[in-house]
Design a protein around this ligand. Structure first.
Ligand SMILES: *Cc1c(COP(=O)(O)O)cnc(C)c1O
Length: 480
């Protein structure tokens, strides 16, 4: 509340958002309603906790704290120091790491900035690195480039060379990677992916890295929650540096972490190199509100219930995979070990773009994704699905079968729409999918299926919102 003597120029500082800025409040309300009414199957998304959201929206956002605990460039950081030390301790605990052997920097703003800082720490400009190619499920920040363009800082400032999947198994081609590394002589090998449904053989990667004198870095952005829960292989046994986002399976706020090894030949100074790379090389002041939220999320990760959550995420992904395969659909690698499923739509004559579009109209959020052997990166032949978010809304195997049935209907409906479009063009497809005309059957079916999806989705709670009092906000047009 503003004090009685607050001057006019400061009165805005005390007004609630809904009062001072109904426009932004309405956008937040619409987005809350969308999250409540839809099925979130984007594999990189999750629903963070109420406590995390509270910490993220806290007054800690006011504070500058460049530097590290006890070595700051500004005063007034006694509580921020306490926070950052707590967050680091919880990060090591969440991943069962010995503080004598591992350290962590909790300041990265997000996964991409964490990765660039890690590259800055590990190798010199123009040094060679290898990462899984983007079309094979790798991430942009692992050295992606095209024939025409160096796309990301990881290929602009370093020489990169991608390794690939074995096309016959769609698994990482470890032997091929070893053979390429022998010729290319990378200083750094990056493992980890954004669209790979199987676990990694870190021991094999470590053998190759050692042979060629390279560092080994794992970017576990997607699977970090599952690794913390010890449901997947442990990259910390073999890697020099491990980076992650905190907002995917780890279920925290949007941020990044860099873990570094503190011992071993040539690794003694990694702590200083990583810390110097984050600040001042790549970032400025840490986002302390986010660090508080990361700490809160990591507290949750270390609890036994998180292990149960992670196991359920995987059981749900495996149920999703087997339900889709029971309908005769083709999945890359024929299943999953983790939270995601890559669905190859080419055998039924659809593209990822069309199915993504139809699902969007239905309130099911997914993304188009390249599948192994795709001829063109412009028209990916598959979609990527993940179960982290729906598991956070309490869904278990029986509910996932309902979700799989919605997806089956969505894909069959896409075939009807493609036929009605009379061409293979996406714009014709969208036109028939969204037409108000009663003559086309597909658009009618879109409406029916949308109602079924929304009715199902609204049965579930949404962390961070009280759905019992949630009202449809102004500006949303829908009949139900
Ligand atoms: C999501 C992701 C990132 C990037 O994270 P941002 O927070 O979006 O910058 C990096 N690496 C991998 C493997 C990812 O999946």
């Amino acid at each position: 509340m503003a004090a009685a003597n607050t001057p006019d120029f400061n009165k805005v500082l005390y007004a609630p958002l809904a009062e001072i800025d109904p426009e932004v409040q309405n956008i937040i309300d619409k987005e809350t309603w969308r999250q409540f009414s839809g099925l979130e199957l984007i594999a990189s998304e999750n629903l963070t906790s109420r406590a995390t959201i509270e910490a993220n929206g806290s007054i800690l956002t006011n504070k500058y704290s460049e530097g590290l605990p006890s070595a700051r460039y500004y005063g007034g950081n006694e509580y921020i120091d306490e926070l950052e030390i707590l967050c680091r301790k919880r990060a090591l605990e969440a991943f069962n790491l010995d503080p004598a052997k591992w350290g962590v920097n909790v300041q990265p703003y997000s996964g991409s900035t964490a990765n660039f800082a890690a590259l800055t720490a590990l190798i010199q400009p123009q040094d060679r690195l290898m990462g899984l190619g983007l079309p094979d499920g790798g991430h942009l920040t692992h050295g992606y480039y095209t024939a025409k363009k160096k796309m990301t800082a990881s290929s602009i400032y370093f020489q990169s060379f991608p390794y690939a999947l074995d096309p016959s198994t769609q698994l990482i081609d470890y032997a091929g990677l070893a053979a390429q590394a022998k010729i290319f002589k990378p200083r750094l090998i990056i493992c980890g992916a954004s669209a790979y449904p199987r676990d990694w053989d870190y021991a094999s990667l470590k053998a190759t890295a050692d042979k060629e004198g390279a560092y080994l870095m794992a970017d576990i952005a997607h699977t970090s929650g599952l690794i913390a829960a010890q449901t997947l292989n442990n990259p910390f046994e073999y890697c020099d540096v491990v980076t992650t986002t905190t907002h995917k399976t780890l279920r925290g706020p949007r941020a990044g972490l860099i873990f570094f090894r503190k011992d071993g030949p040539g690794r003694e100074d990694l702590e200083k190199r990583v810390n110097d790379a984050v600040f001042p090389a790549c970032q400025g002041g840490p986002h302390n509100n986010t660090i508080a939220a990361v700490a809160t999320a990591l507290l949750q990760v270390a609890q036994p219930s998180f292990k149960t959550y992670a196991k359920q995420v995987i059981a749900n992904a495996q149920t999703l995979a087997s339900s889709l395969m029971a309908h005769g659909y083709k999945l890359q690698t024929g299943g999953t070990d983790n939270h995601l499923v890559l669905w190859d739509l080419r055998p039924i004559g659809l593209t990822g773009s069309k199915v993504e579009k139809v699902c969007d109209l239905l309130g099911i959020t997914i993304n188009k994704n390249a599948v192994s052997g795709d001829a063109s990166a412009q028209t990916p032949g598959g979609i990527r699905l993940g179960t982290a978010a729906i598991t956070s809304r309490n869904m278990t195997e029986e509910d996932v079968k309902v979700v799989a049935d919605f997806l089956h209907r969505a894909v069959q409906l896409s075939l009807v729409l493609q036929k009605e479009a009379g061409s293979k063009l996406l714009k014709d497809f969208i036109r028939v999918a969204t037409t108000e005309s009663d003559e086309l059957q597909g658009a009618q079916q879109v409406k029916v299926l949308r109602r079924d999806v929304v009715e199902f989705a609204r049965k579930w709670p949404l962390p961070g919102a009280d759905v019992s009092t949630l009202q449809k906000p102004a500006g949303i047009e829908e009949e139900f």
